[in-house]
Design a binder for this molecule. Structure first.
Ligand code: UDP
Length: 333
């Protein structure tokens, strides 16, 4: 009999959620993935059961909660493409806000009080000062960031009114793949820089478009704080354990505190792949802030957050290795 305490991992078949499932299992929990598989993959659920369902489906949530009796929930199931959120805001408000409120209601009814929420540095918009601290004003500049901020406000209110014990983890740029090569990043379509650079090396894209080199940064391309997905995953376990110890609700930046330009990230992919990335210089992508770098001091102090895999070369190497595993198993090249 499995006596490990169950944790509901909503979106557990997705990129960050599946890595969180692995981290939870390694820490002695049973991750119960709840996913509608709209973006997630059943083959990424390897460390516990997969419950196929939507967070807007209250009856299904109630049934799954009653059966597994999780001690806590983590919520990764959200749409997260900034450009799409501008074009289709309704999709973002319905899923990221409205359906999340259904999930919170189901958790409250089931008396599950510990909740770890995937938030984002997009809640800050385009702050003037770098690095970004948690008390930087939250002024998102797109519907995606606003959808996450609305939920942060709901968590604050539910915490005060209902005793919800929440942690919002504001991710910077999640990247890389499981160092053991068991799972990785499989977005369809892929919009993120590192995987797109790798697809360009493999000839799946004719070239990588670099979105602007006229930013006020040292080489003119945007600066981001890339954080390894397995480091993010472990931070979720730490957040859960902190809540279980009675830690106060709050938000944490998850980043390294170090920024890399698009050109530097491409160079890391070239070192990992041992090949050139074919690049085409393009124009700016609307909505891209020039620079986003975390101040991770608070996560370090209160979550013991110490990134292990988040130097840019390890990020690129793990992602490249995972692609090689997938290529081998599918025979794709
Ligand atoms: N980027 C790029 N070409 C691409 C994808 C992204 O130049 O094909 C740039 C993008 O403009 C941003 C950085 O790479 O400055 C990281 O973008 P990504 O979409 O990976 O993450 P975001 O920062 O938007 O969350």
């Amino acid at each position: 009999m499995n006596t490990a305490p169950a944790v509901l991992v909503v979106g557990g078949a997705g990129y960050i959620g599946s890595h969180a499932c692995k981290a939870l299992a390694q820490a002695g929990y049973l991750p119960v993935a709840y996913d509608n598989l709209s973006l997630g993959h059943a083959h990424a659920v390897k460390w516990g059961p997969l419950e196929i369902g939507d967070i807007a489906d209250r009856a299904q949530l109630d049934e799954v909660l009653a059966r597994h009796k999780p001690v806590a929930a983590m919520h990764f199931a959200a749409f997260a493409a900034v450009g799409e959120s501008v074009a289709e805001p309704e999709k973002y408000y319905l899923n990221n806000v409205s359906a999340t409120l259904v999930l919170l209601a189901a958790l409250r009814a089931a008396k599950i009080h510990d909740f770890v929420f995937s938030s984002t540095c997009a809640v800050y918009g385009t702050p003037a000062a770098m690095p970004i601290r948690e008390d930087t004003p939250r002024e998102p500049v797109n519907p995606y960031g606003r959808s996450k901020l609305i939920v942060e406000h709901a968590l604050e209110d539910y915490g005060r009114a209902y005793g919800l014990r929440w942690t919002a983890l504001r991710y910077f740029n999640a990247a890389g793949a499981d160092p053991d090569g068991e799972i990785g990043e499989e977005h369809e379509p892929e919009t993120h820089l590192l995987p797109r650079a790798m697809h360009a090396v493999l000839g799946r894209l004719p070239h990588l478009d670099v979105f602007g080199d006229d930013y006020p940064t040292h080489d003119g391309t945007c600066v981001r704080d890339y954080i390894h997905v397995s480091d993010l995953a472990r931070a979720h376990v730490a957040a859960l354990q902190r809540l279980a110890r009675g830690g106060a609700p709050g938000a944490f930046n998850l980043g390294t505190g170090r920024g890399h330009t698009v050109r530097q990230a491409i160079a890391a992919v070239e070192r990992a792949a041992g090949a050139r990335v074919p690049v085409r210089m393009g124009t700016r992508r609307p909505g891209d802030p020039p620079s986003l770098v975390a101040d991770p001091t608070r996560a370090r102090a209160e979550l013991g957050f110490a990134p292990e895999f988040s130097d840019i070369d390890t990020i690129a190497a793990t992602a490249w290795r995972r692609l090689a595993v997938v290529n081998q198993s599918t025979g794709a090249g």
